[in-house]
Design a protein around this ligand. Structure first.
Ligand code: ZN
Length: 114
């Protein structure tokens, strides 16, 4: 059997405690916990290689009054420390990026307009 079929590890005291807690809270046995841990790390580190797609932009009230992309002041003071006329870029994975000025929001969404 190839060597890679088995992983032997010597858990630290902290890891032993964490494993015991995860097993106690119903995440399966030690093997199941390690499987889930690698799966999650892989999703976070490798599966995220493809950036989320831009699906649109919405005008928002922002607490930050400078464009994230070009750093120029954006919008108009709407009171309460908020700026109107800023844009948030929406992605297909539900994440949001911004605030952007109108020009940068146009640029960010232009490629994706159908
Ligand atoms: Zn900008």
């Amino acid at each position: 059997m190839p060597k890679t079929d088995f992983v032997s590890l010597r858990p630290s005291a902290t890891m032993q405690r964490q494993l015991a807690e995860l097993i106690a809270t119903g995440h399966g046995n030690q093997t199941a916990v390690i499987h889930a841990a690698v799966e999650r790390m892989w999703r976070a580190e490798c599966d995220a290689a493809e950036p989320p797609r831009v699906v649109g932009a919405v005008e928002v009230l922002s607490k930050i009054a400078a464009c994230l992309d070009c750093n120029t002041p954006i919008g108009v003071d709407a009171g309460d420390g908020l700026t109107a006329g800023a844009y948030a870029i929406l992605h297909d994975d539900g994440s949001v990026r911004g605030p952007l000025c109108a020009a940068c929001a146009d640029k960010a969404t232009n490629h994706y307009v159908e």
